[in-house]
Write a protein that binds this ligand. Structure first.
Ligand code: HGY
Ligand code: MN
Ligand code: MN
Ligand code: MN
Length: 409
């Protein structure tokens, strides 16, 4: 390890403790940091301060992604970074570990006396989790032009606030959102460091603190809206009911049951919202979000089709209607093999796949992209139990510095 462990160790723990104080969720535990909310705005300020402290040139692009440049923004840029937002009640490391590690990889390169021959940028992509408006990797999708800006502006959060209004409230002009081909063309390569979300690394090599990512499994989100007849819980006999909660509940169970018929599939209903949501009220409608992930777009579609078919049968049995909308989808992503080999030439670490989506996955079809994963001893993510040891984080920073040095030699 080339890191001057003492100096970087104390710098990591102090940087991390500053960050860890922002956006704690007192009711659910963990962190809730969502696009343009107070916590996320505080994180943006934190990032700008960290970047300016390092003499990096900071800018916010048209899609509210924040960039910190070592060298003038320009073509041939080697970009690293990740995201600062979280899922509701999420862990501390998913996203922020990549951002802190990128800032500290810049510190490490300077400690080594490295003078980059290309611009290096640390980017914080907006709303990677889709935790507020439901569209994951929103900032990188808009930049790459794969999400329609008008559709994005109309997205609404659970309180009915549009993304456009939420942006305006924090002084960001939503009319600016849109494709950013010039910025995309500037990027020579993108390397994202991320806490591992699972236990694969420990299975592949229990001694390894980091790994190179090889691919992301196809995944997407579908919204099921079951509509019945709202009524009084106490005065409506079963024969008169059209209760959308029943087909919704049956769909949750069918999702788990159908996995057995779809190799390598995972699918989750993590959010289910009855309307109006009174405990003495038969719901008039129920929204259910399905997160389905299977290697291969066709296999993902086959699983979702089976779940939708089961949901339609259940809805009909209860006299309810059903509308299914696909809210997001990402096909399998294979990271750039040449860049991966370069990383492995430098790092000589295991290679693993991931079932989690990342901004790196959005950019992979457009430019050479790679991921580095840092061991998560719990293997748990999207939960306060998510963890990375400081010693492993320092190995990740050292490795990221090695990679950035090689790419900007
Ligand atoms: O949901 C995901 O796969 C990622 O953590 N955003
Ligand atoms: Mn995540
Ligand atoms: Mn993430
Ligand atoms: Mn009453």
């Amino acid at each position: 390890m080339k890191i001057a462990a003492g100096s970087q160790n104390s710098r990591f723990t102090s940087t991390w403790s500053d960050l860890a104080a922002i956006g704690r969720d007192q009711t659910r535990g963990g962190y809730s940091r969502h696009l343009f909310d107070d916590a996320e705005m505080a994180l943006r300020s934190w990032f700008v301060e960290q970047a300016q402290r390092r003499g990096l040139e900071v800018e916010t692009d048209r899609n509210s992604n924040v960039w910190a440049w070592w060298g003038s923004p320009g073509p041939g840029a080697v970009v690293t970074g990740s995201h600062l937002d979280s899922v509701p009640g999420g862990g501390a490391f998913d996203g922020p570990l990549g951002v802190v590690s990128s800032l500290m990889a810049v510190d490490e390169l300077r400690l080594r006396g490295h003078v980059p021959t290309k611009p290096i940028a640390v980017v914080c992509f907006a709303e990677e989790e889709g935790g507020r408006f439901g569209l994951p990797c929103l900032g990188s999708r808009l930049m790459a032009g794969i999400s329609d800006a008008d559709h994005v502006r109309r997205l609404r959060d659970p309180n009915g606030i549009s993304l456009a209004d939420a942006a305006r409230r924090v002084g960001i002009d939503p009319a600016e959102f849109g494709p950013d081909p010039v910025r995309l063309a500037m990027i020579d390569s993108f390397v994202e460091l991320h806490v591992e979300q699972g236990r694969l690394l420990q299975q592949v090599d229990p001694q390894a603190a980091i790994a190179v990512g090889s691919q992301i499994v196809a995944h997407g989100r579908w919204r099921f809206t079951f509509t019945g007849t709202g009524n009084h819980a106490g005065t409506t006999v079963p024969a008169d009911r059209k209760d959308p909660m029943l087909p919704a509940a049956a769909t949750v169970l069918a999702t788990r049951r159908l996995l057995a018929e779809h190799a390598g599939a995972v699918a989750t209903v993590g959010r289910l919202v009855p309307v109006p949501g009174g405990s003495n009220v038969i719901a008039s409608s129920v929204d259910l979000w399905l997160d389905a992930r299977v290697p291969g777009a066709a296999a993902t579609a086959a699983l979702v089709d089976a779940i939708v078919a089961a949901a339609r049968i259940e809805a009909e049995l209860e006299g309810c209607s059903l509308v299914v909308r696909r809210e997001s989808f990402s096909d399998d992503v294979i990271f750039d093999p040449a860049l991966g080999l370069e990383l492995n030439g430098v790092l000589k670490v295991p290679t693993i796949t991931t079932g989690a989506g990342h901004d790196a996955g959005v950019l992979a079809p457009f430019l050479p992209t790679a991921m580095l994963f840092v061991r998560n001893p719990t293997g748990i993510s999207h939960s306060p139990a998510e963890h990375a040891e400081t010693a492993d984080a320092l190995v990740g920073i050292d490795a990221l510095a090695d990679v950035l040095a090689k790419l900007t030699r």
